[in-house]
Design a protein around this ligand. Sequence first.
Ligand code: FO1
Length: 307
Amino acid sequence: MIAVLAGGVGAAKFLRGLISVIDPSSITVIGNTADDEEFLGLHVSPDLDTVVYTLADAVDPEAGWGIANDTYTALEQAAQLGQETWFKLGDKDLATHLLRTKLLRSGNTLSQATQAVADAFGVTCRLLPMSDDRVRTIVTTDDGDISFQEYFVRRRQEDEVKALKFEGAEQAQPAPGVLDAIKRASGVIIAPSNPLVSIGPILAVPGIREALVDTDAKVAAVSPIIGGRALKGPAAGMLESLGHESSAAGVAKLYEDMLDVLVLDEEDRVLAPDVEALGITPIVTNTIMRDAARRRALAEATLESIS
Ligand code: FO1
């Protein structure tokens, strides 16, 4: 069994490559839920949904999140009724949040609701939220503390990030199966996701980081930073403003205590000695997942590095 720590769009693409190489039922995905937010009274889990929609081949290919060919009738009507609609929830996407919210309100855990959503979309990977407890990423900006989606979507990642907090993390417990998956895995992969706001919250849940340090399995990360920049999202600026190096070597340093292998892009070949100096094996390959063949090749190279 391979365990994968996952954020949203980058992780989902990587997983799509992985399921073309190994049996999906041999993969346990541990997903970030610190981006979760309540909109229109519904519990939205953007990163888990992005993984489900992508693996089910239902994702909007342009955005990388949401459902392909969705419509926005309900949201337009919500705006008419004076609701806040800056977070774009499509009509089909809303059905997922209705299902999740119904299950949560009737006493199910987030793990159970996640399983139900994955099953409904025919996703056969085991998909676990990092925790069934509420953990929220809070971004400190010049205007004060705001929620992650407020920073990411409403304010378009334009604020300088002064600090990050994962509210609730200290009291949270890993969801059932998370620690066991890391312990029993034949290999662990940290997907190419933002190390601070996608993987960071997962590692902040007590016990998960320790499990990654202690596991006998090899742990590989795929760098989401290529040539000092992120392909998507605010990772580069965030790394810099929080005093980290915005490079594949900077990513290696953030995971240094648990990492055996860092997969980095050909563009960053010159950084391989810096990664090696940290005691981490660098694997240099093409990490830009432009098409199915590239996604598959990246998954194969990553799997080989931990086998
Ligand atoms: N991202 C945006 O940039 N704008 C949106 O309006 C938006 C809506 C949205 C709805 C459902 C969903 O599952 C994801 C959505 N995302 C949107 C993406 C989401 O904010 C990010 O993928 C993550 O939270 C960061 O990993």
